[in-house]
Each structure stands twice: as structure tokens, then as C-alpha cells.
Design a binder for this molecule. Structure first.
Ligand code: HEM
Length: 396
């Protein structure tokens, strides 16, 4: 459905329609020709120069976090959920919109979460609520906040005498070019990227830290790798390839806790999938969570074992003929989706997550809070802990 027959399905589903209450007609939720044009327009922002900027911004966001953690000269308990949301917001803001969002970060993060909250509720109970209900009022106020932040970014950029080459620049160029896109589309694209690129990356990072906090050996190996390659410094883009274990940690965290736990499509034509008839108009829902914890595809699926993703063996850990292993691996592991609608921010997310972990783990050791129950993962827009995610940090 996602790969070979991608053209026979679109995103006009209850989940994506609810999301578009926040993101409007941005890349995340559009379909068909509009989507194809948008994807071509923004793709260059995710090439090498853009990713180099991500490394720089993610590393300053992580360093700023260490600063807020008070130079970690002694043991402290911190909320890793809140911390990673902020790091991810600063990284996405600075990398794609060239804007220093740190001043606005709290307000923006709150507005995004608030809007997404209402969206989740409306996807679960798809009844259009009247405008006067508290939920709709909350949504309106959150959207006003988001729109205010977007206006602020556009105004700041138009006044910038030496604008950086990034997503915002590409969109503004398209707005003033020969075949101009409307301002509304610029707003929608910016909000879509803020939503798609913020909570997802934060979720991958917080679960990575939580899993490392529960596995001292894995954490020592990850921190040791970072120290050996970087010697206490922040990584550059070229360093990232030399941090395979950190990447494997991120891969394994996303296997156990896929940030985007639900992918939905609407069938445009009658189809048959896995022997089941899918009449045109059907809603089809898939989740990588099930495949990625399936005991027939993964050895000891509930265990955190980053080694699964290190060279040689297929991620499932089984010795299979190459083709079968590839096909199986694709179906067994797809935290970024599959096919033409696969995540455009995949490399961005890896670069960000590896950079942030490399900066943090060289300076601090994380541990679980004694007596604190394991966090309950709740399927909101992304897979997030139900409450705060407290961890103990100590200097390394
Ligand atoms: C660990 C982090 C991330 C995960 C797990 C993730 C996951 C996904 C998944 C599963 C999809 C496909 C959804 C579908 O087929 O219905 C997707 C699409 C998308 N993602 Fe990500 N994502 C992450 C980070 C990011 C980042 C950092 C950005 C932007 C900076 C981003 C932007 C997008 C956009 C714009 C789409 C829609 C692409 C299209 O339809 O052409 N994502 N993501």
C-alpha cells in the first residue's frame, strides 16, 4: 500500500484531516499533484548543506540544555520529556527557519501541544464540535499563537539583509517568484514542518535517553564511542558516520517506541491487501509498533539491544538470503514510513538525534529515578510518556 500501490491511496483520512486543522495544506497532509509540487519545492532544504546546519544547531541546543542543567556539577533530577521537546524545537526552528526560537520556545511548544491535543481528541471522536466549546476555543487560541510565531519569523526574515539559505528562504522565494504560491501556503508549510519535525524528533531522543538510562553497559559504550571520536568536542557532519553505535541506539529506540506509531490512508480504488478486500473509500490504519515488536521478525523483541543495527546481520538478527532479508527488514522496520511519502526529515532526524546524544553523553550520565515506575507510552500524535519523564543526571 505504501510502496507499490501508493498512487491508489491518499491521505484524506480522519487522522490527517484532523491534523490539517493545525497544519492546513502543508506537505504532511496534502495528496496528489499539490503534494508532488510541494515536495519538489522543499526537497533542497534537506540536502547536505541543510544537514550540516542541523548538526550545528542541534549541538548548540544540546549545549544550551547542559547550561540550563547547571553545568551538571552534581546529581540532579530532570524532566527529559520537557528538555528534549525544547531541544528539538530549537533545532527545527534554527535549521529550517533560521530563527532563534529560544525566546519563543516555551510559548510555541505549548501552542503546538495544545493544538495537537485537540486534534488527537477530534481524531478519536470525529464529531465537529461547535465553535463555543472549550476544546474549539483552546484550538483557536493555540492556532493564534502558532500563527503569531509564523508571522514573527516571516517578518524577521524579510528584514534580514543576509538571509540564510533554508526552508523559509525557499518558501519566501516561491511566494515572490514567477508563479507565486499564496502566503497562506507559506504559513501552512511552516506550521506543518514545525509539527512534523518537533515532537517526532523529541520523542526519539527522550526514549533513547530513557532506554540508555536503564542499560549502563549500552550507555558506557555510547558515551565511550562519542568520547573516542570527538574527544569532548561537538560533532561535525563528517564525524557522524564514525558514530555507528549512537545511530544504532537511535534505531533501536525507534524500534521499541516508533514516534509516529500510526500511519493512515484512504483507498481511492477497490483493492486487495493481504488477501483482504479493501473497497474504495476504506480507511486503512497501520502501525510500525506491531511489526517492530513482532517475535516472528525480531529475536527477543522486547529487549533493548542496539547491536541488532550494527553492520553485517540483518536488523532482525537472522541469517537470511540477501533479498529476503531486505524485504523482511523493510516490512519489519519502518519508523519513517515507506514509499514516496516516506519522511522527508529522516536524515535530519538522525543527524539531530546523534548530535544531541553525542554532546549530552560526553558530559552527563543518565540513570532512572529509583522507585519511579516505567513511563506509560501513550499514543498521541507521537508516542510520548503519559507524564513527565524524570531521569537522574550526574557529571561523567
Ligand atoms: C525521529 C523523528 C521522525 C520520525 C519517526 C518521523 C516519521 C515520519 C513518518 C512515519 C512519516 C510518513 C507518514 C505517512 O506515510 O503517513 C513522516 C512524514 C513526514 N515527516 Fe517525519 N519523522 C521524523 C522527523 C521529521 C523531521 C525532523 C521533519 C522535518 C524537519 C519531518 C518532516 C516530515 C514531513 C514533512 C513528512 C511528510 C512527507 C510527505 O508526505 O512527503 N519529520 N515522518
Amino acid at each position: 500500500m505504501l510502496v507499490d500501490r501508493a498512487r491508489d491511496y491518499d491521505k484524506a483520512t480522519v487522522q490527517y484531516r484532523s491534523l490539517s486543522m493545525v497544519t492546513g495544506e502543508g506537505l504532511l497532509t496534502t495528496s496528489g499533484e499539490v503534494w508532488r509540487r510541494q515536495r519538489r519545492m522543499v526537497q533542497p532544504a534537506f540536502h547536505r548543506a541543510g544537514l550540516e546546519a542541523v548538526v550545528a544547531h542541534a549541538s548548540s541546543a544540546a549545549s544550551a540544555l547542559l547550561g540550563r542543567w547547571g553545568d551538571v556539577s552534581r546529581r540532579a533530577v530532570v524532566d527529559v520529556d520537557e528538555a528534549m521537546m525544547r531541544v528539538a524545537l530549537e533545532t527545527v526552528g534554527a535549521s529550517l527557519f533560521g530563527t532563534d526560537l529560544s525566546a519563543d520556545a516555551d510559548r510555541l511548544a505549548r501552542a503546538t501541544l495544545e493544538a495537537l491535543d485537540v486534534v488527537v481528541a477530534s481524531a478519536q471522536v470525529p464529531i465537529r464540535l461547535p465553535a463555543w466549546t472549550p476544546a474549539q476555543r483552546r484550538l483557536r487560541s493555540a492556532l493564534e499563537d502558532l500563527d503569531g510565531a509564523v508571522d514573527h519569523m516571516i517578518a524577521a526574515r524579510l528584514a534580514d539583509p543576509r538571509p540564510p539559505v533554508d526552508l523559509l528562504g525557499m518558501l519566501l522565494e516561491a511566494m515572490t517568484g514567477d508563479d507565486p504560491i499564496p502566503r497562506r501556503e507559506v504559513r501552512d508549510e511552516l506550521v506543518a514542518f514545525m509539527v512534523a519535525g518537533h515532537e517526532t524528533a523529541a520523542s526519539a531522543l527522550m526514549w533513547s535517553l530513557w532506554l540508555l538510562a536503564g542499560d549502563g553497559a549500552a550507555q558506557d559504550r555510547a558515551a565511550g564511542e562519542a568520547a573516542a571520536v570527538l574527544g569532548g568536542a561537538a560533532p561535525t557532519y563528517d564525524d557522524l558516520d564514525r558514530l555507528p553505535y549512537l545511530r544504532a541506539v537511535v534505531d533501536e529506540a525507534m524500534r521499541l517506541y516508533p514516534p509516529v506509531w500510526l500511519v493512515s490512508r484512504r483507498a481511492l480504488v477497490d483493492d486487495v491487501l493481504g488477501g483482504r478486500e479493501i473497497p474504495a473509500g476504506s480507511l486503512v490504519i497501520m502501525t510500525p509498533y506491531l511489526a517492530q515488536r513482532d517475535g516472528s521478525l525480531w529475536a527477543d523483541p522486547e529487549e533493548f539491544r542496539p547491536e541488532r543495527f550494527l553492520g553485517g546481520a540483518s536488523p532482525s538478527g537472522e541469517a537470511e538470503p540477501a533479498r529476503r532479508a531486505r524485504v523482511q527488514a523493510d516490512a519489519a522496520y519502518w519508523p519513517f514510513g515507506l514509499g514516496p511519502r516516506m519522511c522527508i526529515g529522516k536524515d535530519f532526524a538522525y543527524v539531530e538525534a546523534i548530535t544531541v546524544l553525542a554532546v549530552l553523553l560526553q558530559r552527563v550520565r543518565v540513570a532512572r529515578v529509583p522507585g519511579e515506575p516505567a513511563p506509560h507510552a501513550v499514543p498521541l500524535v507521537t508516542l510520548r510518556p503519559a507524564d513527565a519523564l524524570p531521569l537522574v543526571i550526574r557529571p561523567r
